[in-house]
Design a protein around this ligand. Structure first.
Ligand SMILES: *[C@@H]1O[C@H](CO)[C@@H](O)[C@H](O)[C@H]1NC(C)=O
Ligand SMILES: *[C@@H]1O[C@H](CO)[C@@H](O)[C@H](O)[C@H]1NC(C)=O
Ligand SMILES: *[C@@H]1O[C@H](CO)[C@@H](O)[C@H](O)[C@H]1NC(C)=O
Ligand SMILES: *[C@@H]1O[C@H](CO)[C@@H](O)[C@H](O)[C@H]1NC(C)=O
Length: 227
């Protein structure tokens, strides 16, 4: 009976310890607040590590060796670590190691991923007149910089990928929107495509918008997820 209880405890402990991994996405220049989510009562030791470097300690404060020493603070009450003016190089694993009444608790690992802000996408359109069925074959190409995913809305359809091909009937008008996104933000570009017999052409409206995706994590150690 005891060994079953012990086994169960070990399993639960392992699940809790290994699922404490979270990913936080931020843009260059943002501020991140790293919080372990663990209870703060009775904490006798607590430190934050970045890779192998101890960057902040409950008693000592922000470490001299920290690559963020001039732009970080640790909170003595809840042991959160705040890092400002993030750069791409700050991406990496932060580990929170702590003890309650001199007994070590499971470490919490938070992976920080800092992204380049997304540039406004550029839409290129080329179309060919198809005489046989009086329509235009339209080639849509969306481009921007950085590591992003591409979504198109063509009429009422949603398509994934930077390049699309589409057929528009003569005198037909179709609105196309390219949305590029990473985990932090998204940007869109919009155009109206028109097909006519004389020459296939496009009408530019040049509208675009910016939407910031809210970066949130849930608060329970066994269930962390980020949007
Ligand atoms: C530290 O955290 C506590 C609790 O979250 C908060 O009330 C306090 O203002 C913070 N202190 C600083 C210096 O940010
Ligand atoms: C025009 O012809 C192409 C094939 O040549 C076909 O895929 C497309 O559906 C046709 N479009 C219309 C509007 O009939
Ligand atoms: C892109 O399109 C896919 C498939 O329709 C969808 O699941 C996803 O949420 C879209 N992403 C964005 C950022 O709109
Ligand atoms: C395309 O977008 C414009 C501007 O938003 C709108 O006035 C027009 O009705 C749209 N056309 C179609 C076919 O949806």
């Amino acid at each position: 009976m005891h060994s079953i209880v012990l086994l169960l405890w070990v399993c639960l402990y392992y699940v809790e310890a290994s699922s404490g991994k979270r990913v936080i996405h931020k843009n260059v220049g943002d501020t991140v607040e790293l919080s372990s989510g663990l209870p703060t009562e009775g904490v006798t030791a607590a430190l934050w590590r970045y890779g192998q470097i101890t960057v902040a300690d409950k008693d000592v404060g922000v470490s001299k060796d920290s690559p963020f020493k001039d732009r970080s603070e640790r909170n003595l009450t809840d042991f959160t670590l705040t890092v400002r003016k993030l750069t791409l190089q700050d991406s990496g694993d932060f580990t929170f190691v702590s003890e309650v009444n001199d007994r070590q608790r499971p470490s919490v690992i938070i992976t920080l991923q800092v992204h380049e802000p997304i540039a406004k996408p550029d839409i290129k359109i080329s179309s060919t007149w198809i005489p046989s069925n009086e329509s235009c074959k339209v080639l849509l190409e969306c481009s921007t910089t950085g590591d992003v995913s591409y979504n198109w809305t063509v009429g009422k359809q949603t398509l994934t990928g930077p390049r699309q091909q589409y057929i528009i009937r003569q005198d037909g008008e179709t609105n196309v929107t390219c949305t590029v996104s990473n985990h932090v933000s998204e940007k869109s570009a919009f155009q109206t495509v028109k097909c006519s017999k004389d020459h296939s052409h496009r009408k530019e409206t040049g509208m675009w918008r910016v939407t910031e995706v809210v970066n949130t994590c849930s608060a329970y150690i066994s269930n962390y997820y980020c949007l």
